[in-house]
Design a protein around this ligand. Structure first.
Ligand SMILES: NC(=O)c1ccc[n+]([C@@H]2O[C@H](COP(=O)([O-])OP(=O)(O)OC[C@H]3O[C@@H](n4cnc5c(N)ncnc54)[C@H](OP(=O)(O)O)[C@@H]3O)[C@@H](O)[C@H]2O)c1
Length: 107
């Protein structure tokens, strides 16, 4: 499962050259290519939009398929590090433990 499938727009996500080229090839948007890519990779996506047209656009990804060559190009964009935080960071792990211990959250 993947929240933030557009990286919250960080790193100029919607203007990424590779994604723009692939979007143009399929006559789709960058958002649709990203969601289609993740779906084809077997990832459940949770995109967020407050805009009705974009919500409709984000659902409209089930009538096209990205070719292997395009999946490969998109995979190269993976920097192997989170834009948000690392669960391997001891300070973050400690913070989460403290949060669980002292909050009403019982997980
Ligand atoms: N990021 C986190 O830390 C986190 C953690 C837990 C749960 N979640 C949940 O996961 C979901 C993911 O949302 P997110 O905000 O984190 O990141 P996201 O889905 O990667 O990005 C949302 C951003 O993309 C824009 N957007 C959405 N569809 C678009 C489209 N078709 N074209 C252009 N821009 C588009 C949205 O703008 P508009 O709204 O203006 O369309 C918003 O600025 C949310 O429900 C969130 O509550 C997130």
């Amino acid at each position: 499962m993947f929240w933030g499938p557009f990286a919250e727009g960080r790193n100029n996500f919607f203007h990424n050259e590779t994604l723009l080229k692939i979007a143009s090839k399929y006559k789709r948007t960058v958002a649709q290519v990203a969601l289609r890519f993740l779906t084809q990779e077997g990832v459940i996506v949770i995109p967020k939009s407050v805009n009705k047209e974009r919500m409709i656009e984000n659902f409209d990804i089930f009538d096209f398929k990205l070719a292997d060559e395009d999946l490969k190009k998109i995979r190269t964009l993976d920097t192997k590090s989170s834009l948000f935080f690392s669960h391997y960071d001891p300070d973050l792990v400690q913070m989460l433990i403290n949060y669980a211990k002292y909050s009403v959250c019982k997980w």
